[in-house]
Every structure is written in C-alpha cells, then in structure tokens.
Design a binder for this molecule. Structure first.
Ligand code: PMT
Length: 225
C-alpha cells in the first residue's frame, strides 16, 4: 500500500445517503451520491492512511485499497462506524437521515388495507455527535460536514458548536447547476478553531486532496492511540 504522511494513521469516513425503510419496498432517502466522501477516502488512502469507508447506497465506484462497509440505514451506519473505532480521525461526510419512519412492517402497505397518509417519524442516532462527544478514545480530529441552503456559515458554525466536532466543512446544497449534492464540484467553507476559509469552487477530488493534506498536517507526529 501507499506510504505517506498518513501511514500508520486510522481514519473513518462516512459517505452517501442513508435510506430509511417505510415498508419492504419503499423508503425515505436524499440526493447524496457518495462522490465527496469517496473522494476523501481515496485522498487519505493516497497519503498512506488506513481508511474505513462506511457508505450508504451509492452507484459510485468505491476507491480501491480502503475497507469498504456498505450499509442502508442511519442505525446501521452508526453500528458500522462504531465498529471501525478507534481512529485518529473521523470524517462524517454522509447525508444521514435525521429521522426514520416509526412504523416497522414486514408487509407491504396496501391501499386496500387502509394505506398510509401520515408517516410518524423517530429521530435517528447522530454519528458525528456521538463520536465528537466520546469520553474515552475520542479521535484526535473529528470533522463534520454541513449541507445548507441559506446562511451557510451561520448555520455551519451553530452546528459545529452543537455537535462539538473540531472542524466543519460547510457546503451550499441549493438546487441548481452547481449543486454540491449529487454534482461533480463543490464550493466549501472550512471552519476550524482558527476561523473560516472559503475555498474557490473546485472538483470534489480537489476538495478531498486539500482536506486530506490539512488532516495530515494536523495529525503529524506519533500516534498515541
Ligand atoms: O454525496 P455527494 O453527492 O458527493 O454530496 C456531498 C454532500 C453534499 C452530501 C456532503 O458534502 C455533505 O455536506 N454531507 C453532509 C450532509 C448532511 O447531512 O449534513 P447535515 O447538516 O444534515 O449534518 C451535519 C453533520 O452531521 C454531517 O457531518 C453528517 O454526516 C452528520 N450527521 C447528521 C445526522 C446524523 N444522524 N448523523 C450524522 O453523523
């Protein structure tokens, strides 16, 4: 495998959407493609890191040389992410569904049996928040993403404070030609303890390379895990 500044470092990356079953044939999901998270996993692998990529359903080709774990729901993503610990760094790029249907049925919902016009929801576990607030064995660097459609910086800063992650990568996911969700390019604001930096629009691979290089600089030095 590749040797580099991240050799000997373990990293967890979450990517893609989660899908939350309504019944055996229907689900709630979102437009995340997995592209940004896959690119981050590949960039960290290229620097020598031992990467576990936990991904929701995606049609992207997964990067070679990473430990790939495919999941569907937020609860499965949580379990797979916890299994990947301990790590030096966690990058939560997945678009995890905040809620899942409260109903659990192994039979298809049928109009003839009364159908369903209301969908009660239950809150999902928060992977980023759980990892950020670990009392023991917390990764040295926990990075969240924030997908926003307005007041991107304000909402992202609030999210960082609420979840207690170290950095947040904020991106605008307003619909349109250059939408970050599903598209090839991204314009991000990196927020760290030192402040915020707006990066120019670039490919998701370039965002990933730049972020991976920042991570490597920050984790420089021997691992104490
Ligand atoms: O997959 P692509 O098409 O390439 O698109 C990439 C992306 C736009 C999905 C990605 O760059 C991105 O912004 N991912 C985060 C999307 C999101 O769900 O953001 P959020 O603001 O709802 O969540 C904030 C953070 O908490 C994220 O790090 C998320 O992974 C994490 N989270 C949220 C809810 C939850 N239950 N568990 C979590 O870990």
């Amino acid at each position: 495998s590749t040797r580099g500044p991240m050799t000997g470092k373990r990293v967890l990356v979450t990517a893609g959407p989660t899908v939350e079953a309504i019944d055996p044939v229907r689900y709630i999901a979102n437009r995340s493609s997995g592209k940004q998270g896959y690119a981050i996993a590949a960039a960290l692998r290229n620097l020598g890191a031992d990467v576990t990529l936990v991904t929701g359903p995606s049609s992207e080709k997964p990067p070679a040389g990473v430990n790939l774990v495919r999941v569907e729901s937020a609860r499965q993503m949580m379990a797979a992410s916890e299994k990947a610990l301990p790590v030096d760094c966690a990058v939560c790029c997945a678009a995890v569904a905040d809620y899942r249907p409260s109903i659990e049925t192994d039979r298809k919902i049928k109009k003839e049996r009364g159908g369903l016009t209301d969908l009660p929801l239950t809150e999902n576990p928060d992977i980023l928040k759980t990892i950020s607030q670990m009392k023991e064995g917390r990764p040295r660097l926990v990075i969240g993403f924030a997908a926003e459609t307005d007041d991107v910086l304000g909402h992202a800063e609030a999210k960082m404070a609420r979840k207690k992650c170290d950095w947040i990568v904020a991106n605008d996911v307003s619909p349109g030609e250059h939408c970050a969700m599903g598209g090839e390019r991204n314009t991000v604001i990196l927020i760290t303890e030192k402040g915020d930096e707006t990066w120019p629009e670039m490919s998701k691979a370039d965002v990933a390379r730049e972020l991976a290089s920042r991570i490597a600089q920050t984790l420089r030095g021997p691992t104490l895990v």
